[in-house]
Design a protein around this ligand. Structure first.
Ligand SMILES: Cc1cc2nc3c(=O)[nH]c(=O)nc-3n(C[C@H](O)[C@H](O)[C@H](O)COP(=O)(O)OP(=O)(O)OC[C@H]3O[C@@H](n4cnc5c(N)ncnc54)[C@H](O)[C@@H]3O)c2cc1C
Ligand code: SF4
Length: 512
């Protein structure tokens, strides 16, 4: 019989319809999976993130064995330090001369696999990732000849190509492509009422074993394991999607941008981690939402808002990741170099909005989009944090952080370090924005309007300082005109006072 081929399944490739299975010969080939110290520590990984990945991988391994496939699996308890070395050892033992893998969603991992194959003298076959609607080549075609890449154009093209919420003539359902204006409500004084709680998937034996190992070996990593409640099997993931579509999607649209203290998930789906490890496919999510709309159970602004996130943003950021290549991570268009403040790891701060968002990150390895963009990301942007440090923090702390999804959002959308590839302007704002969108400022010791003085809101101080630092660049951006003019209107004395307050704040943060 011919030598076995090693089919690699990476931790974010738990896709039961993977291209890996097309030519898999159950009599000859081996599925290969490994939990390695290197992958667990290349960034200082949140404990829940480690447990989620290891548990989902082990459940996938068991499902594959049940399906009659041979799986060689290296659990973290074996202590394999290095992914490539473990692979090379097994290739020698099995006499494998060929590795097969689906396109990794991380340039670092792809380069590592190429080196490992070379060291083992094996051929590496890289298969397309069918999980997504589009491919890197499809996105490159879209980008070809365009001066700038606009989400809206790409999103409309994908909706037409895949017949999602369009009629037979390719016209948008309801007559408009975009219902963003209906999707910016805040909750008003009383706050949200009756937000349906998320389903809780209690840890089973496999998960409990993994949690014990993570607590034992990685107990000094950030975050905690007290709230493990996510699905780790395909069946549970499908039920989780169904629960979202039935109970929270109807109000997803209107409150998409809202914030509220203590409300962890609001009407968001919390599906990103399940999608990104591929327990769910984006088509399943989109089809379920569109079907609920078809049955009259969900309004158009909600379903369009949700489809825009999955078919639009999710595909768009992946396209940019592959188009830009590995150099994207080193972008730093604004020359930002401040260290990441300590509270990004432990949540210890007086800022009520940051403390609340960090509670979510620490307990759940999650924050919803507005917490990421307009609280945690905004603070780093206003302060001028080194974008790579912000990205690496994100990769460590979120369950859904895979390089292809994270980098364009951190380096691009949030920190504007790509100089305008993902977004046409930086998402800079003062504490007033946070005050408008939620209730955190009411109970905060700072005043969102104040830029100087004892009760100055750090967001506001640093916002004006940001406009000052980048005045020359931002002046040339039409979309920034209003904000830049407001800074220019301030008198010399006030500007000097703000700059001094910002410098003092930066010093305190560096020393904390
Ligand atoms: C600084 C920053 C970093 C981010 N890093 C990641 C990341 O590492 N992984 C990740 O999946 N998302 C990332 N996002 C995008 C988005 O914030 C998360 O997908 C979303 O908050 C996940 O929560 P949810 O599943 O409840 O999303 P929902 O609000 O319910 O949205 C539905 C789905 O749409 C998709 N989606 C929405 N926006 C985006 C986007 N901008 N990019 C990609 N997919 C999107 C996600 O799959 C999400 O599950 C980041 C955003 C910011 C601002
Ligand atoms: S006052 Fe400033 S720091 Fe406090 S909650 Fe509002 S925006 Fe956040």
């Amino acid at each position: 019989m011919a030598n076995p081929r090693i089919h690699l399944v990476l931790g974010d490739q738990l896709d039961h319809r993977s291209a890996l299975f097309d030519a898999f010969d159950a009599d000859r080939d081996v599925l290969w999976m490994a939990e390695t110290v290197e992958e667990a520590t290349h960034v200082w990984c949140h404990q829940l993130r480690l447990a989620f990945f290891f548990s989902a991988m082990r459940h996938f391994r068991d499902a594959q064995r049940d399906a009659g496939r041979t799986v060689r699996y290296h659990p973290i308890e074996e202590g394999a330090a290095d992914f490539a070395a473990a692979l090379q050892r097994d290739a020698e033992e099995l006499g494998a001369e060929e590795f097969v893998v689906v396109e990794p969603g991380d340039h670092r991992v792809r380069a590592m696999l190429e080196r490992a194959a070379e060291a083992a003298g094996a051929r590496l076959e890289v298969l397309p990732d069918r999980h997504f609607y589009d491919s890197p080549a499809g996105f490159a075609d879209f980008a070809d000849g365009r001066k700038s890449l606009v989400l809206e154009t790409y999103y409309r093209a994908l909706r037409k190509r895949h017949g999602v919420l369009v009629d037979g003539d390719g016209e948008p359902e309801g007559g408009a492509w975009n219902y963003d204006k209906d999707n910016r409500e805040s909750f008003g004084k009383g706050g949200p009422s009756g937000v349906p709680p998320l389903p809780r998937c209690a840890p089973d034996t496999v998960t409990r074993e993994v949690m014990a190992t993570v607590a034992d070996r990685f107990g000094d990593h950030p975050g905690n394991l007290d709230h493990f409640d996510l699905p780790v099997t395909r069946e549970d993931a499908l039920a989780y999607l169904d629960d979202f579509v039935t109970r929270r999607l109807p109000d997803f649209g209107r409150y998409q941008d809202a914030l509220w203290e203590g409300e962890r998930f609001l009407y968001h789906s919390r599906l990103s981690a399940l999608l990104n490890v591929k327990l769910l496919s984006p088509r399943e999510a989109v089809d379920a939402a569109v079907a609920a709309y078809g049955q009259g159970a969900v309004p158009l602004n909600s379903v369009e808002g949700f489809v825009r996130q999955i078919l639009g943003w999710r595909e768009f950021v992946r396209g940019i990741y592959f188009l830009e290549g590995s150099g994207y991570l080193d972008r730093n268009a604004l020359g930002a170099g401040e260290p990441l403040p300590a509270f990004y790891w432990d949540g210890e701060t007086d800022m009520a909005c940051v403390r609340d968002a960090m509670r979510n990150v620490i307990d759940h390895g999650y924050a919803h989009h507005i917490q990421r963009l307009m609280v945690l990301g905004l603070f780093a942007l206003n302060l001028g944090v080194d974008p790579l440090a912000f990205h690496e923090w994100h990769m460590a702390m979120y369950l859904d952080a895979i390089d292809w999804a994270s980098a364009p959002n951190t380096i691009g959308m949030s920190q504007y370090a790509d100089g305008g590839i993902v977004g046409t302007k930086p998402y800079c704002a003062s504490g007033n924005y946070i005050s408008k969108m939620g209730n955190h400022c009411r109970g905060c010791r700072f005043d969102p309007k104040a830029a100087t003085g004892d009760d100055a809101c750090p967001f506001t101080t640093l916002y004006w300082d940001f406009l000052d630092r980048h005045h020359a660049r931002l002046k040339g951006n039409r979309r920034m005109g209003f904000q830049v003019k407001n800074w220019e209107r301030k008198g010399e004395a006030e500007r000097a006072e703000i700059t001094a307050a910002a410098e003092a704040l930066k010093r305190r943060l560096r020393e904390a």
